[in-house]
Design a protein around this ligand. Structure first.
Ligand code: B16
Ligand code: MG
Length: 235
């Protein structure tokens, strides 16, 4: 007999949180903007803050392709531009400290540790290890992965599935915190719970939307998650 407890709704069984990095833990969005702008100016390509917003969460290469649009360039020139942009970006990273953590992040990581939640980072950035080291939070993170550990970048689910595997968790046990449309899409495709940070126009597909992590407690996030139907049990 199958018991279908339709009316028995309960909070999901969450055992871990996977953070996106840029725009969630720290505001490297601004550094990416400044360095893409510098490259675009040097190359005489039109670029501005608005154009930069569309790059949120995309890989470095995909970002350059968007900036170049229809312009056809030799592969070697593209590689040189990617390297030059990253060189400018690393100059910012070298100066980062724990003061660059976004408001609310440090206390949330502490609360997650106390709650025995596993904590991962899944970023599109090749510089994720260096940035996390500069932010001084490596000891509070169980696993760090970037899109170069997997086949497909966000909005494909690969990077979140890889992080969950590293944490030894099922998708349904993970909450992802993301600030990018492509990242929210990726986390939903991975079958995870998603907390989107930012305007509804950008992250509205997430299960919960908040402006930022400032003043946010883990218990608040848990309380806002939709209740789920109890699994059907065979007896
Ligand atoms: P890098 P996230 C992403 O980080 C940024 O949002 C995106 O703007 C950037 O192009 C990408 O990392 C690649 O960064 O040049 O350091 O490899 O939001 O996925 O943590
Ligand atoms: Mg991001």
């Amino acid at each position: 007999m199958i018991l279908n407890n339709k009316n028995n709704l309960h909070p999901p069984d969450i055992r871990g949180v996977i953070f996106d990095m840029d725009g969630v833990l720290t505001d490297t969005v601004e550094f990416h903007y400044q360095t893409w702008q510098k490259l675009a100016d040097e190359e005489g390509i039109p670029f501005d803050r608005e154009a930069n917003e569309a790059l949120r969460g995309l890989s470095r290469r995909d970002s350059l392709m968007r900036i170049l649009g229809d312009r056809q360039l030799p592969q070697a020139t593209i590689e040189e531009m990617l390297e030059r942009k990253n060189h400018y970006f690393l100059e910012y990273v070298e100066k980062m400290t724990s003061a660059d953590l976004l408001p609310g992040v440090a206390s949330l990581l502490d609360e997650l540790r106390r709650s025995q939640m596993k904590v991962g980072i899944a970023s599109a950035s090749k510089n994720v290890q260096a940035v996390i080291f500069r932010l001084g939070i490596r000891d509070r993170i169980d696993t760090i992965t970037n899109v170069y550990n997997v086949k497909n970048p966000k909005p494909a689910p690969d990077v979140f599935l890889h992080a969950a595997e590293q944490l030894n968790l099922k998708s349904s046990e993970c909450v992802v915190v993301e600030d990018a449309e492509a990242g929210v899409e990726a986390a939903l495709a991975a079958g995870m719970w998603v907390l989107g940070l930012g305007p509804v126009e950008r992250v509205g597909a997430a299960h919960i939307v908040l402006p930022s992590l400032e003043g946010v407690k883990w218990t608040d996030i848990l309380a806002k998650l939709p209740r789920v139907e109890e699994e059907k049990t065979m007896v």
